[in-house]
Design a protein around this ligand. Structure first.
Ligand SMILES: Cc1cc2nc3c(=O)[nH]c(=O)nc-3n(C[C@H](O)[C@H](O)[C@H](O)COP(=O)(O)O)c2cc1C
Length: 206
């Protein structure tokens, strides 16, 4: 990366990658990616992000099976046909087991400030979540820098307790998202962005 144009190009060429080659990802590369993720900014510099790296197929399968039970229950409640439920479950199981590396991103609130009122406690929680999300983006960009692909999966948020129990997570580690990482089989086309004029207001002095 030598100049600003290159950096913009780098940032704009990251894609969510959902299909991976079976090639393994070296531990040293995973360490580099996670280290870069920790260079994200965080509120009060409390660094509330936590990472679980899962490469072992049997652990991934155990986790996928445990989460599938929760998904099945929720989708049944939503009134989906059993055909659609099974298709969704199959897809989510494959997503986990086919990625060479799954990284679970967690939130740890234990070092955040505590206030006597709900309003400030909610703001404190929000800023910790925002900090964790910043590390998630940094993780994806670091993977991109390594020639790897990755995708952010949000569904751990729906099954937090099941994940914590299955992986025996430390008590304060709350699952926020899962990142699947590996060498991409192909690079999908760009998903178009909303034009700036739709999403930006510039306040001019009268
Ligand atoms: C918080 C968050 C949650 C996401 N959850 C999922 C998900 O559960 N499954 C999925 O396939 N992609 C998920 N994505 C990826 C988005 O679909 C993707 O970023 C978006 O379509 C834009 O595509 P791009 O990342 O290739 O630019 C998520 C992204 C974010 C930021």
């Amino acid at each position: 990366m030598t100049n600003t144009t290159d950096l913009h190009t780098f940032l704009r060429t990251r894609r969510s990658i959902r299909r991976f080659k079976t090639d393994p990802v070296a531990d040293s590369v995973i360490q580099s990616i996670l280290t870069t993720a920790t260079y994200a900014p965080s509120a009060h510099h409390r660094q509330p992000w936590r990472f679980i790296v899962i490469k072992d197929v049997s652990v991934k399968t155990r986790l996928a099976d445990a989460m599938a039970k929760d998904f099945e229950r929720d989708l049944k409640r939503d009134g989906l046909s059993s055909e659609k439920i099974q298709a969704q479950i199959k897809r989510s199981k494959e997503r986990i087991t086919s990625a060479p590396v799954a990284i679970l991103l967690c939130l740890d609130l234990s070092e955040m400030d505590v206030y006597p009122d709900t309003k400030r406690n909610q703001a404190e929680t929000m800023m910790a979540v925002q900090s964790v999300a910043a590390s998630g983006l940094q993780l994806l960009l670091a993977a991109h820098a390594e020639g790897l692909g990755g995708v952010w999966a949000c569904w751990p948020l729906f099954v937090q307790k099941t994940i914590s129990k299955t992986l025996k997570l430390p008590e304060n580690w709350e699952p926020q998202g899962m990142f699947f990482v590996g060498y991409p089989t192909d690079i999908p086309p760009l998903r178009e962005r909303k034009p700036l004029y739709e999403i930006t207001i510039q306040i001019e002095e009268a």
